[in-house]
Design a protein around this ligand. Structure first.
Ligand code: SAH
Ligand code: SF4
Ligand code: F3S
Length: 449
């Protein structure tokens, strides 16, 4: 269902779509895919909901705060709908998958609900909503291979490429297996073709996306795992860099580490969520590894990939986490010295195994633990960044700098932003940049240093 719509005298009527996205990079890429799916129906992107014919809220449910943001936006959109009843309002993403039809009760403005598992059906669902003028809800659970979908990408030099959907694990805190469904990988040849076509039109860096990228292929019969996929795409002409997120510690096998180390286009950055440093907590989180197993993986990674940047996710205040358990997480942060961490307060999520756990950590204590974790990490990150002072780094030039459009920006292989002066003709090229100043969240560089 991707033919132009509606057609008048053979011409496609231009309509506007506004998409607001919360959540992870997969969700951001889903927004690009939704834009790509409705483009043949005549929709172009707009930056404001006020002039949109179609408004899509692409939602996240990872923590309660993310979910609540959607409801406050829906409240505001009631006024838009009252003023312009013809506008179609859709809720997509993980809250849509989780809540389904209940969203219609929450807000009378909603015309369309489709979950993260169903974005490929957007054109058909939208056509149904437009023709019947009745609310349409789609929350089916797909099986088989993940589809290849068009995408309307915002950037040229870098691109997200989804290699798998869903998650086959069952971490007790996590809503993702419920919202994104069973793990489905895409065919390796389709991934190859997508990257080759991106690179033919100027893309130089891809980020392979999945909730568990390194278990790619686990549920498909193709016999291509993540290491083999990297080997397959590595020679693509024009491709300069390969990133991937998120990796699961248990799927970080020696074979994969050997591949990461051997392939020069693979960036020296691994995001490897640890979640906690206490075995008691890890067990109740159902992470399926102990802290010492995690530590061994980190040691092996650092041995095989010298200078690799390691980042992680940490949850504080998981039910039953004692002060002693939490101190083990702090000790882990001190011992491992990650380049950076993302720390979150535990949030109770629907359809998760941790719901039945008791002994919740009071909110002020979660706050204290969050601050304690960040306070441990801050000087470590600072020290790691300071080590870049005076180094010459290879940068992929992405475009104008965010803070000063007359300058350029790019990233180190380890994913640090570098701002520097240079001509726009360098955009899309790998350049050697000397680091002359380390700032709080970026580096300042020079082509002459
Ligand atoms: N697939 C990735 C994680 C995806 S979710 C992995 O397994 O590593 C991103 C991060 O959100 C998680 O790593 C976790 O730290 C955090 N998170 C997930 N559920 C949460 C919850 N209920 N409360 C707080 N943080 C949560
Ligand atoms: Fe969630 Fe665990 Fe799957 Fe990551 S591996 S998406 S944390 S269930
Ligand atoms: Fe959020 Fe869904 Fe991503 S819950 S973090 S948008 S997978």
């Amino acid at each position: 269902m991707t033919e132009g719509w509606p057609l008048t005298n053979g011409a496609i009527v231009v309509k506007r779509v506004f998409i607001k996205t919360w959540g992870c990079q997969m969700n951001e890429h889903d927004a690009e895919r939704m834009a790509g799916l409705v483009a043949p129906m005549g929709y172009i992107l707009t930056a404001t909901p006020e002039d949109a014919d179609l408004i899509l809220l692409n939602t996240c449910s990872i923590r309660d705060k993310a979910e609540q943001k959607v409801y406050s936006d829906l409240g505001r959109l009631n006024a838009v709908k009252a003023a312009r009843p013809e506008v179609v309002i859709g809720v997509a993403g993980c809250v849509a998958q989780q809540e389904g039809r209940a969203l219609l009760q929450r807000s009378p403005a909603v015309d369309l609900v489709f979950g993260s598992k169903g974005i490929e059906h957007l054109p058909a669902l939208l056509t149904e909503a437009l023709t019947t003028r009745r609310p349409v809800v789609y929350t089916e659970d797909p099986i088989g291979l993940a589809p290849t979908l068009p995408a309307d990408r915002r950037e040229r030099v870098r691109a997200w490429v989804s290699i798998m959907e869903g998650c086959e694990n069952a971490c007790s805190f996590c809503v993702v297996p419920a919202t994104r469904g069973r793990e489905r990988s895409r065919l390796s040849q389709e991934i190859y073709d997508e990257i080759a076509s991106l690179c033919a039109s100027g893309c130089r860096e891809v980020t392979l996306l999945g909730q568990n990228v390194n278990s790619y292929g686990r549920t498909s019969s193709e016999g291509v795992d993540f290491a083999a996929l990297l080997d397959l795409i590595h020679p693509i002409e024009g491709l300069a860099r390969i990133r991937y997120t998120t990796s699961h510690p248990n799927a970080m096998t020696p074979r994969l580490m050997e591949t990461l180390a051997r392939l020069p286009k693979v960036c020296r950055h691994v995001h490897l969520p640890m979640q906690a440093g206490s075995d008691r907590t890890l067990e109740r989180m159902r992470r399926d590894y102990t802290f010492s197993e995690y530590l061994a993986r980190v040691g092996e990674l650092r041995r095989r990939l010298p200078n690799v940047a390691l980042t992680t996710d940490v949850i504080v205040g998981f039910p039953g986490e004692t002060d002693a358990d939490f101190r083990e997480t702090l000790a882990a942060l001190e011992m491992i010295e990650f380049d950076n961490i993302y720390a979150f307060k535990y949030s109770k999520r629907p359809n998760t195994a941790a719901l039945v756990l008791e002994d919740h950590v009071p909110e002020p204590e979660k706050d204290r633990r969050l601050q304690a974790a960040l306070a441990i990490q801050r000087p470590i990150t600072r020290r790691k960044n300071d080590a870049f002072q005076g180094r010459v780094e290879e940068i992929l030039v992405e475009g104008p700098s965010k803070t000063d459009r007359s300058r350029l920006m790019g990233r180190t292989s380890s994913n640090l932003v570098v701002n520097f002066d240079g001509p726009p003709t360098l955009i899309g090229r790998l350049v050697q940049v000397g680091v002359i100043q380390v700032k709080a969240n970026s580096l300042d560089g020079s082509l002459d240093a």
